[in-house]
Design a protein around this ligand. Structure first.
Ligand code: ADE
Ligand code: ZN
Length: 379
């Protein structure tokens, strides 16, 4: 696939959806025929998605840095940004693949310098989650992005952790923190980062693996994941976002992960697909991320519904919402519309979010029950 076709498609999609929303005002609930497909659109009353109690399991805290906050922190910390305005920065968010995004994402993180910055970033995300009825979050952070620039590990984690504590108290949002190793850096660097994390052991539930996937297979981090496991960390890894199904198999067999982040390339290997379905290995899928990074050209092409129908434990998440155009509700709305999902599909996706979480069993049961109660009150 030519990445520029995808880029054009993304731009066109934004225009089309604007016109689509304009047309829809006042005609909901609706049965609507899409001209070129002739299929019956599912009726979905406004507010159904917004009101469901939800969990988010795949969110990079650095990816929730909205342009407005980036500019405010740049000014507060006297960091130069290569853009003159928030609008100009947003204009630069036209990605052709994962790497084209990561380059901008790491550059944006340069404004985060002191504990208060990490607190403000995390608090802003959690405030949005409260507004979106998100009840539980498992957040990734990339310490190496900051320690490489001379920011202490303790600065990063203390800032994030105090916001998580405040949100538990003020919003009732439960949360866990997952430390991600950057896969484009060395195994040695990952070991060093794991050592730095040990004094903060009780603030971190698990380790993950992110950044540039292709060319950095899971085996590169087998020993560091083994060590993390001995320290009692839970394990997850990005695999099969752009990389081949073999990377998913490697994450399962060599890293011993309990969830696969993304995993959408599993469809290319029918045996792996069966294995994932039979084991109910959760996939944390990020629909808007996948279309923005040209993994799928359009939402209509996304394989989320096929994976769900094949019996996989699929969850919906936002990945880097400040860069990809939406948080939890926007992702759920985009897949509902793009793939014409039923209410039952949505309810299953949201329940999977809790089932695949690292919450204790009893907490999972009560939250799944709350989703069922919501669904039965909003049939
Ligand atoms: N870091 C932040 N977002 C990422 C993504 N979608 N894939 C890999 N690494 C990431
Ligand atoms: Zn991710």
């Amino acid at each position: 696939q030519n990445p520029y076709d995808c880029l054009k498609q993304n731009l066109r999609f934004s225009q089309d959806s604007f016109i689509f929303f304009k047309k829809k005002i006042g005609v909901l609930p609706f049965f609507h025929k899409i001209k070129d497909d002739f299929y019956q659109e599912v009726s979905m009353e406004p507010g159904f998605i917004e009101g469901i109690p939800k969990a988010e399991l795949h969110l990079h805290i650095e990816g929730s840095l909205e342009p407005e906050l980036m500019f405010a922190l740049a000014e507060r910390n006297r960091v130069d940004l290569p853009y003159n305005s928030v609008e100009e920065l947003r204009q630069a968010y036209q990605f052709t693949n994962l790497q084209s995004f990561l380059d901008i994402y790491y550059a944006g993180a340069r404004v985060l310098l002191v504990e208060q910055d990490f607190y403000d970033l995390t608090w802003a995300y959690l405030t949005r989650m409260q507004e979106q009825n998100v009840k539980h979050v498992e957040i990734f952070f990339d310490p190496q992005t900051h320690t490489e620039r001379g920011v202490a590990f303790s600065t990063v984690i203390e800032g994030i952790d105090s916001a998580l504590k405040d949100a538990r108290r003020e919003y009732g949002i439960s949360s866990y923190l997952i430390l991600c190793f950057l896969r484009h850096l060395s195994e040695d660097d990952a070991f060093k980062t794991l050592e730095e994390a040990l004094p903060f052991r009780e603030k971190i539930i698990g380790v993950g693996l992110d950044s540039s996937e292709v060319g950095h297979p899971p085996e590169k981090f087998q020993r560091v994941f083994q060590r993390a496991s001995e320290e009692g960390f839970r394990r997850v890894a990005h695999a099969g976002e752009e990389g081949p199904p073999e990377y998913i198999i490697g994450a399962l067999d060599l890293l011993g992960v309990e969830r696969i982040d993304h995993g959408v390339q599993c469809e290319k290997d029918p045996e792996l697909l069966r294995r994932l379905a039979e084991s109910r290995m959760p996939l944390t899928v990020c629909p808007l991320s996948n279309t923005r990074l040209c993994v799928f050209e359009k939402m209509k092409d996304h394989n989320l519904k096929r994976l769900l129908d094949a019996g996989l434990c699929v969850t919906v998440n936002s990945d880097d919402p400040a860069y990809f155009g939406g948080y939890m509700n926007e992702n759920l709305t985009a897949v509902q519309q793009g793939l014409n999902l039923s209410k039952e599909d949505l309810v299953e996706l949201v329940k999977n979010g809790f089932r695949a979480s690292f919450l204790p069993k009893t907490a999972i049961e009560s939250r799944v029950q709350a989703v069922d109660e919501y669904a039965s009150k909003n049939p």
